[in-house]
Design a protein around this ligand. Structure first.
Ligand SMILES: C[S@@+](CC[C@H](N)C(=O)[O-])C[C@H]1O[C@@H](n2cnc3c(N)ncnc32)[C@H](O)[C@@H]1O
Length: 259
């Protein structure tokens, strides 16, 4: 725990059950407030239901899991997978003992930002779940740190483990005419000045620091993997005046079984 987090605890500014404010995965904002904001978005935009079985990929320090403990029924299943051992330990000791249907496991995938010594390439990783296990899959601020081969493999894994008719709620930095124009005008929080094959990055030293994709590249991955999508809900990251959240949100739905 960082000193600032310890002080917040001692001064009563943070409950011990809240994710650390300045953890390895959360750099800004109040995690409790952001978690509540996302719970509303999961329900209102993504159609999350109380009895859904939920997978949180890159569950971090439980920023999304915590508000879901107050919403999902005890019959539902919540699984978090996360490369950062400290995040898994925090969630397993703070959340699982009180909510037995919430489980967290470490996956040893490599990520330049979060797990540089990971043994498995994210491009080869198979999620540790059977086909058609989940109604709702969450990735908040995860694909914004992943390179194309890894991201494409994850979209295929998401489609595999989603139940027919299930949804995935994923955040991105999407490049389209509007966001590119705002970046060019210097209004974006990120300059994304390095253009690679089909994506842009902020840092050459650590490409996974911030990764942005052309919207059509992502939509193409969805189409190839049997995921339908609604128009994205755009974010304010690039300097938009009208937005839904900070990052862009894309909700995909796996085709249902034909009857
Ligand atoms: C910015 S944090 C967001 C954490 C959490 N989703 C949230 O919204 O609080 C990015 C997370 O993605 C995780 N991550 C990075 N690469 C990953 C991968 N290949 N598979 C799963 N998680 C990954 C990191 O360890 C980190 O916890």
């Amino acid at each position: 725990m960082q000193v600032s987090d310890f002080l917040d605890l001692k001064l009563g500014k943070r409950k011990s059950t809240n994710p650390p404010q300045r953890s390895d995965t959360i750099n800004s904002g109040d995690p409790e407030k952001i978690g509540q904001e996302f719970l509303t978005l999961f329900k209102e935009l993504g159609g999350l239901k109380k009895d859904d079985d939920v997978l949180d990929v890159g569950s971090g320090f439980g920023r999304m899991a915590l508000p879901l403990t107050g919403y999902l029924s005890s019959n539902s299943r919540f699984e978090g997978i996360e490369p950062l051992a400290r995040g898994v330990k925090w969630c397993s000791t703070k959340i699982t003992p009180k909510f037995r249907n919430f489980r967290f496991q470490k996956l040893d995938v490599k990520n330049g930002m979060y797990n540089p010594n990971g043994k498995i390439l994210a491009a080869d990783y198979k999620f540790p779940f059977e086909d058609e296990s989940f109604d709702f899959i969450i990735l908040t601020s995860v694909f914004t740190h992943m390179l194309p081969a890894a991201l494409e493999n994850y979209v295929s894994e998401i489609s595999r483990v989603l139940k027919p008719g299930g949804s995935c709620f994923i955040t991105y930095f999407l490049l389209n005419d509007e966001s590119t124009e705002l970046i060019n005008q210097g209004k974006s929080l990120y300059s994304l000045k390095y253009s690679c094959e089909n994506y842009r990055i902020e840092s050459q030293e650590n490409p996974e620091y911030v990764v942005a994709y052309p919207e059509e590249v992502i939509l193409d991955f969805y189409k190839k993997n049997g995921l339908k999508y609604q128009p994205p809900y755009y974010g304010k990251w690039c300097g938009r005046n009208e937005y839904t959240s900070f990052q862009d949100i894309l909700i995909g739905r796996k085709n249902g079984r034909s009857t």
